[in-house]
Design a protein around this ligand. Structure first.
Ligand code: FAD
Length: 263
């Protein structure tokens, strides 16, 4: 398997970097080929702006969606973005690794998504009709590939539990897992999350490393998050609402979009 790990932490001696090295070593030991995009080390440009679209005339209004579509179609995306797209096409699997900052990914990684997930590549793919609503949510350019998150969080595991004040971790990560990874087609694995990072010591690092090694060894075979297919009949088209007879009546929000055995 070919794996791309996109890493977002500014400090080479961080806990995150140590965990990244564990993941890479374990994957390579299992015979996988790994490439790392270390965004801070690459001095990745995170903001979308005119410089991303050299073909845009100086007095032309910048419409990011239209500009992305035109640049992807005419092969005029910038070299840094094209290089990342090549890596995504090369890889069978993608890992996004980051510390949880303000309940989200660091800006540099969000900027990687904003710039690399171009129109025609990660969105705006496929036909829209009364039967299909594009190739997305499990279909699309990156379908058939696997993806997962490796996340460190300062808060306790209980803080992110079902009744925790921070909100459940699966809800917080839903926009990334479902909205960023599943959307362009990836099969998404449950995330690997390390909590209470400010209390880390050698013993906890050893335990976390062991758990991470297991996750890397089972990357190819582990069960996926059972998201629903949007074109599989579960949703009305074009409203894209889940059919009223699916999902438990007491469910709402993100949980509705997980397939249940009963459906
Ligand atoms: P580091 O700071 O590098 O290390 C953490 C601890 O691990 C240190 O004690 C260090 O000595 C130890 N350590 C490092 N490497 C090793 C090693 N190899 N072996 C053993 N011990 C080691 N947390 C939340 O839960 N929710 C939030 O919304 C949130 N928002 C944040 C926003 C910002 C802007 C920032 C800066 C932090 C936020 N945090 C939040 C906390 C953040 O998630 C953690 O600080 C981060 O995940 C820790 O990971 P790190 O790689 O930066 O760890």
């Amino acid at each position: 398997m070919r794996v791309l790990l996109v890493f977002a932490h500014p400090e080479p001696q961080s806990l995150s970097a140590s965990l990244r090295d564990v993941a890479v070593q374990e994957l390579e030991a299992a015979g996988h080929e790994v490439r790392v995009s270390d965004l801070y080390a690459m001095r990745w440009k995170s903001q979308v702006d005119r410089a991303d679209f050299p073909a845009l005339a100086p007095n032309e209004r910048l419409q990011p969606v239209a500009a992305s579509k035109a640049a992807f179609a005419t092969h005029t995306l910038t070299d840094d973005v094209r290089a990342e797209i090549e890596k995504l096409l090369w890889a069978d699997a993608l890992i996004l690794q980051f510390p949880l900052w303000w309940f989200a990914m660091p800006a540099i990684l969000k900027g990687w998504v904003d710039r690399v997930f171009a129109f025609g590549f990660a969105y705006g793919v496929g036909e829209h009709s009364d039967k299909r609503w594009g190739d997305r949510y499990g279909e699309g350019t990156l379908a058939g590939k696997r993806a997962m998150l490796i996340v460190t969080a300062g808060g306790w595991e209980e803080h992110y539990g079902a009744r925790g004040v921070n909100g459940p971790i699966d809800d917080l990560l839903f926009p990334i897992n479902h909205g960023i990874l599943y959307y362009p087609g990836y099969d998404v694995l449950p995330p690997f999350v390390i909590y209470s990072t400010d209390r880390f010591d050698e013993a906890r690092f050893e335990a976390a490393g062991q758990q991470l090694r297991v996750r890397m060894r089972t990357f190819e075979t582990a069960a996926l998050i059972p998201y629903r297919r949007q074109n599989g009949g579960d949703y009305h088209i074009p409203s894209m609402e889940l059919r009223a007879d699916l999902g438990a009546t007491d469910l709402s929000g993100f949980a509705l979009h997980l397939r249940r055995a009963a459906d």
